[in-house]
Every structure is written in C-alpha cells, then in structure tokens.
Design a protein around this ligand. Structure first.
Ligand SMILES: Nc1ncnc2c1ncn2[C@@H]1O[C@H](C[S@+](CC[C@H]([NH3+])C(=O)[O-])CC(=O)[O-])[C@@H](O)[C@H]1O
Length: 330
C-alpha cells in the first residue's frame, strides 16, 4: 500500500493554524487525518496516489485562477512522453465532476460547469482581497482556486470525498506553497464556534444535511463577527414556510432532505441569527450546466429528469432550481 505523507503535505497549513493560535483545532484535524490516511485508508488510495505520481514534473508553472478553466501552463512545451503521462495521470483521477481545468493544454471538461455557478455568485460577494475563507463541501476545490484568484489570503476547502482531494492535489502539486488547502473532513468534524473566517461558502451542501438549521448554525460558528455567509442550495417554488422533503431520492440523488422555498430559506437564516439575508440569484440547473462528458462518463442530469417532461425529476418532483443567498453574522 502506498503511503500518503499527509503530515508533510499539510505542514504549512498546520503551521499557519498554530501561528494563528488554533492549536486545539490543529490537534483535532491531525487526529482525523490520521484516521483517514493511516488507520483506515480508502481502498482506491494507492491507485489515486499512483495517478498523481504519473503526472509529469514541470518547471516554472504559471497558473491562471481568474478564468473559467483553472489553467496551468509553462513556457516549455510538453515532450511527447510527458503528454502521455499527463493524460494517463489525469484519466486515473476520473470521474472529474467539478471544474473545468486546463493542464498544460489538456482541457478537463468536467460534469459541471462550476464556472457558471461562480459567475452567478461572484458579483455579489464582498471583496475577497486578503480574506480568510472556508469553502464547505468544496468538491475538487475548483471554487477555492477562483477565491484565491480574487485575492483571498487563505482558503480552506473541506469535503469528505477523497477523490476530490487527489484532484485538488493534481493542481496544487504544480503550484508549490500556495495558501489554499483541501481537508478531507466533514463540516460536522470542525470544532464549534471557530469564529476564524471572514467568508464562509456552503454551496450545494444544505440539502444533503438532515438538519439544515443545525448546518446554518455550524456555518455561523465558523464566521467572525461581521463575516459573510454565501449559501447556495436547491430551492422549490412556494410560499414562506413551505419546503419539500422528497420521499426518497431527488433527481436520483440520495441524501436529499429539505428543499425550501426562497422565503422559507430567508426565514431559516433569520431564525438562526443571520442578518440582512438576501437572495441574489435563482437559476434553473440545465443539462448544459450538468452533463456527462469524456471525463465523467456516468449518467448525469439528463438521465435524472422525466424524459416526457424535463421540467420534472424522474421521481416527479420539480426540476433542480438553485438559489444563492448572502447574509452576515451580526
Ligand atoms: N457534511 C458534509 N460536510 C462537508 N461536505 C459535505 C458534507 N456532505 C456532503 N458534502 C460534500 O458537498 C459536496 C456537494 S456538491 C457541491 C460542490 C461545490 N461546492 C459546488 O457548489 O459546485 C453538490 C452535489 O453534488 O450535490 C460534495 O462534494 C459532498 O462530498
């Protein structure tokens, strides 16, 4: 079994947390990472590590973090055998869901056009320059890179999906010591009331939580006073107070619990102590934004909608519509 040297990998994050006075938090994360990587390693980890190691070394890498595809380039062209290695390594990290990315000319057309979500959210954010940011449920870290591209001082993404972490590392290993990290942990694993972040994002996570109000309270606890919450989630049409709980799956997704109306969502934010909550965007998710590609060959949104009426999910619920809400912690 190949060993992932997580202590070395996360050393600069641990150092930064320690310097910021978060020693308890560091100890807690170290314990969780030890469990994930040493005590109970995922069965595919050796394969993912091998894929990562297959990626060819490159010098003088330049990154563009402010364009629709996170783009890595270098001044010297890739030799033929390195091109083969690059393709093999990146293919070894499939399925690629959140992106897109561009690795030295190889474009990863991910299942999701995550850049479209970013374009909907970004115009409404407080300036990210110099901010400390938490991105809960960050997937491959695509949006974490975009946040850094907007000048964030430190970005921490958390997501329990380990393949996402290896996809994230495929970018990060070319960039050296950048203050952007992805921790493979869940929101519930963070200490309560960290009050450490200027902006916390939770995009695409609330409907996966059985207890959405507790999720909002947990998010509030991560923010400093005056910090900003950016919440994006599935919503349904309906009056204040209304929310849909699917009988079982929603659009074939398991673990979908509450889909509130926008007004209900605003009330939830108000009742959990946020201020100035406002809906800044509501958009139907289309099969142009979420679809199967050469880099994610499983079924996608088109297969999860009613073939006779694509405005409904295959289970007969209203099709996916997502709202973005911004609010402050008083
Ligand atoms: N308890 C949890 N704690 C942390 N993460 C979780 C938890 N439960 C699920 N996740 C993670 O939240 C992400 C939700 S996807 C949104 C990605 C990105 N934010 C996007 O907006 O494109 C949306 C979707 O696929 O439905 C997944 O990567 C989960 O592993």
């Amino acid at each position: 079994m190949k060993y992932f040297d997580w202590k070395t990998h996360f050393a600069s994050l641990f150092r930064a947390l320690h310097e910021a006075g978060y020693q308890d938090w560091t100890d807690l994360i170290e314990e969780q990472l030890k469990q994930r990587f040493d005590d109970n390693p995922h069965g595919d980890m050796a394969r993912w590590l091998a894929a990562l190691e297959t990626l060819p070394a490159r010098s003088e890498v330049e990154a563009r973090l402010d364009t629709s595809a996170i783009t890595l380039s270098s001044s010297t062209p890739l030799a033929k055998q390195d091109q083969v290695k690059l393709e093999k390594g990146l293919r070894g990290l499939m399925p690629w869901r959140k992106g897109p990315f561009q690795f030295f000319g190889t474009y990863i057309d991910t299942e999701w056009r995550s850049d479209w979500k970013w374009d909907r959210v970004a115009p409404y954010l407080s300036d990210l320059q110099g901010r400390r940011i938490l991105d809960v449920g960050c997937g491959s870290g695509y949006h974490c890179w975009r946040m850094r591209g907007e000048g964030a001082a430190r970005v921490i993404g958390i997501d329990p999906g380990l393949l996402f972490m290896f996809q994230f590392l495929s970018v990060k290993q070319y960039l050296g010591d950048v203050p952007v990290d992805l921790l493979p942990i869940r929101m519930e694993d963070l200490p309560d009331n960290l009050e450490a972040f200027d902006t916390t994002f939770s995009m695409g996570v609330l409907y996966h939580r059985r207890s959405p109000l507790d999720h909002l309270l947990e998010l509030k606890g991560t923010l400093r006073k005056g910090g900003e919450l950016v919440l994006e989630t599935l919503v349904v049409d309906g009056p204040e107070g209304y929310s849909l709980m699917p009988e079982d799956r929603y659009g074939q997704m398991r673990n979908v619990w509450f889909l509130p109306s926008c007004d209900t969502l605003l009330r939830w934010l108000d009742r959990t102590g946020f201020r100035n909550a406002r809906v800044v965007d509501v958009t139907d998710t289309t099969t142009d934004e979420q679809r199967s590609t050469d880099w994610m060959r499983f079924n996608s949104l088109e297969d999860f909608l009613d073939p006779d009426n694509p405005s409904l999910t295959i289970e007969g619920y209203p099709g996916p519509k997502r709202a973005t809400v911004i609010a402050e912690k008083p």
